[in-house]
Design a protein around this ligand. Structure first.
Ligand SMILES: [Ca+2]
Length: 215
């Protein structure tokens, strides 16, 4: 009979392990993106900023911003964000409110994106991020081909199919501030802004269930 009873030390380890799983589950539920699932709205609407997504990324793109039902089939919510681009307006997007971050901490960003198929001479739908310093200035660690500061880093790109695609990416504190990598958080970052965009793509794109968690 005693053979089947684990020693006291094993029982103690099992309890500790269970506690850690529970703690991880709770942490996973803490989405740092307000309204990351686009559910905070009275009704589907067009031409309005969703709550907590207050900024356009392109001039005059607000007219094609729409909250639409149904959402992604497996989503816990009912609405998703649709950027309803067309031949008339093929560039549009919006940004969330700046999210306070600690540059010494790692973060995971995940979400779902859906485009409307491949088109010749067109780009597609993008998820981008911008790190912002304590004085609300976008941080740039590199220049583009025209010598202009790059402030948006792209973490997901889609054009193909009508299927929802999942993406997940982890940002870590910068290891070498002289040679920052795209998955590293600049040491002077105080905020993170997430940008959902359609670029040179005259067909709708959809976004849903954006989640940012501290690791
Ligand atoms: Ca949703």
């Amino acid at each position: 009979m005693q053979h089947f009873l684990p020693p006291i030390s094993s029982l103690f380890l099992i309890v500790i392990f269970s506690g850690r799983i529970l703690a991880n589950d709770i942490a996973a539920a803490e989405n740092l993106i307000p309204n990351g699932g686009f559910e905070d709205s009275d009704a589907p609407s067009q031409g309005q900023f969703p709550p907590d997504w207050p900024k356009e990324t392109h001039t005059a793109s607000l007219s094609v911003i729409k909250l639409e039902a149904p959402s992604r089939p497996e989503s816990p919510g009912k609405l998703c964000l649709k950027i309803n681009t067309s031949n008339i307006l093929s560039n549009a997007g919006l940004s969330c409110s700046p999210i306070p971050v600690d540059s010494n901490q790692s973060y995971n960003l995940s979400g779902w994106i859906k485009a409307s198929g491949d088109l010749p001479d067109s780009a597609g739908a993008y998820v981008g991020i911008t790190w912002i310093d304590a004085s609300n200035k976008p941080i740039s660690n590199q220049l583009n081909a025209n010598g202009e500061p790059v402030t948006i880093y792209y973490v997901m790109y889609s054009y193909q199919s009508d299927e929802w695609q999942y993406f997940t990416t982890t940002f870590i504190p910068t290891l070498d501030s002289e040679n920052p990598k795209s998955n590293e958080i600049p040491a002077d970052a105080a905020y993170l802004e997430i940008k959902l965009m359609v670029v040179s793509y005259p067909m709708p794109a959809y976004f849903d269930d954006l989640i940012l968690t501290a690791e």
